[in-house]
Ligand binder design. Structure first.
Ligand SMILES: [Zn+2]
Length: 167
């Protein structure tokens, strides 16, 4: 239910729409962006990186909305709106399966935390989307499998990826 409030919030914010990627919707939001003005260089850099990673990983053919949140002030604002501001731990993205909406914390793409490369953030949210799953362990397994596949099938050290051979 809380995501409904978020959608309303996004609609009244400075939300910019890009041409759709396949039949998905991509937009970005920032408390600091004024309607009719160009996006900040930071926001554009985050958007470009996100688009690149999105196209590198399995993603829905149509009907999904991706919203890049350009700065952390706006991200905290969005988290408060959806009642997640008090959640423990860092949030890099949020996916709402029912409403087909994924939020991405843009600053974590261009200024990655140690051990959390941008592709991991995008692959993780896309695994939520493609598996229609909220099971974090299952989603992480899928995300790591995709990442290993993208990098030539060599799993990153310390990450266990199961390979199933043909029967
Ligand atoms: Zn998750």
């Amino acid at each position: 239910m809380r995501i409904r409030a978020l959608i309303l919030f996004l609609l009244v914010s400075a939300l910019r729409s890009f041409p759709s990627i396949a039949q998905n919707q991509f937009s970005f939001v920032s408390d600091f962006a004024k309607a009719g003005q160009p996006a900040s260089p930071e926001c554009l850099a985050e958007s470009t990186l996100f688009m690149k990673l999105l196209s590198a990983y399995p993603h829905p053919v149509s009907g999904w909305s991706f919203v890049l949140v350009c700065d952390d002030t706006t991200w905290q604002h969005v988290m408060r709106k959806i009642g997640m501001a008090d959640d423990i731990g860092e949030h890099y993205g949020e996916t709402d399966i029912k409403d087909k909406l994924t939020l991405i914390r843009g600053t974590k793409l261009t200024r990655a935390d140690m051990g959390v490369p941008p592709e991991r953030i995008v692959a993780h949210e896309l695994a939520h989307v493609m598996l229609r799953s909220l099971d974090e362990a299952q989603v992480d397994r899928q995300a790591f499998a995709w990442m290993a596949e993208r990098h030539g099938g060599v799993p990153k050290s310390g990450i266990r990826v199961h390979h199933h051979r043909g029967r």
